[in-house]
Design a protein. Structure first.
Length: 272
């Protein structure tokens, strides 16, 4: 016997029963944003000698972005390095110490034979001890030279601006030759693009239906049509009393950097 086809309304009902999650999904407006937007400043005043990146460049963590003129700081570090590597005063003191020890031994030998006065022995002992103190002073000076070298090295490194993270150069605010007179002047902006953050404010009815670790579908709107899986990373526990909403943050993997940020989107919530 040939079966008759169910009516279209019956088909829709059957689909709804078989796919309750799809039937009960609601969409909310959201925004895809960078993980972080970092405004870079220099930690020293000075003239810009090099800008090694431009707007739109992808940069890696610790990559050199900008250099200030550093001739004076380089000379200071070189001088500190010479002092640090020199043990001349220590070796000179050790040579004098050996000589003072011989003089003391000779004076002691003569005193034991009642040939030399005891005052000569005492004088030789004093000279020996003073020479030991001179060596200790030389060692202290050498240790301080190492500290001065590290300090000069640190001061030199402050003339170089490095990227704090993997990211994208959004803007460059200075040009080579410019003088940066304030340590608070923004010179460059870096956007961290992996992962991207999705920000959405959801009505209170969703609060018990979404939790950290959930995977939700996020779709770009307007002229873009990308669809992505986003993982819930934050569910706010403090509501906005005026709007009756709470914040939800999701993360989208963007290791290849192909997903643009600053775009509007829709996120699907299951409210079954």
């Amino acid at each position: 016997m040939r079966r008759s086809r169910p009516a279209s309304g019956a088909v829709a009902l059957m689909f709804a029963l078989l796919s309750p999650a799809l039937a009960s999904a609601e969409t909310l407006d959201c925004v895809i944003e960078p993980k972080a937007v970092i405004d870079l400043v220099v930690s020293e005043k000075g003239r810009v000698s090099e800008i090694l990146v431009r707007r739109g460049d992808v940069v890696a963590k610790d990559q050199v972005l900008v250099r200030l003129e550093d001739d004076v700081q380089q000379l200071q570090m070189d001088m500190a390095e010479v002092r640090m590597n020199s043990d001349l005063e220590i070796r000179a003191g050790e040579t004098r110490l050996a000589q003072r020890q011989k003089e003391l031994d000779r004076a002691q030998a003569l005193a034991d034979k009642n040939v030399g006065a005891i005052t000569q022995v005492e004088s030789a002992q004093i000279e020996l001890e003073l020479t030991k103190l001179t060596i200790e002073q030389a060692k202290l000076t050498h240790a301080l030279a190492k500290i001065e070298f590290e300090q000069a090295k640190a001061m030199l490194s402050r003339r170089t601006v490095r990227s704090p993270a993997d990211g994208l150069v959004v803007s460059v605010e200075i040009a080579p030759g410019a003088f940066v007179a304030s340590e608070q002047v923004k010179i460059m902006t870096i956007s961290v693009m992996d992962p991207l953050h999705v920000e959405v404010f959801a009505p209170s009815k969703f609060h018990n239906k979404v939790k950290v670790g959930d995977i939700l579908k996020v779709s770009q709107t307007s002229t873009l049509n990308g669809q992505y899986r986003a993982k819930v990373t934050v569910v706010d526990q403090v509501f906005d009393a005026a709007s009756g909403t709470f914040g939800v943050q999701l993360a989208i993997d963007n290791k290849d950097g192909k997903i643009p940020a600053g775009t509007r989107c829709k996120v699907e919530f299951n409210v079954e």
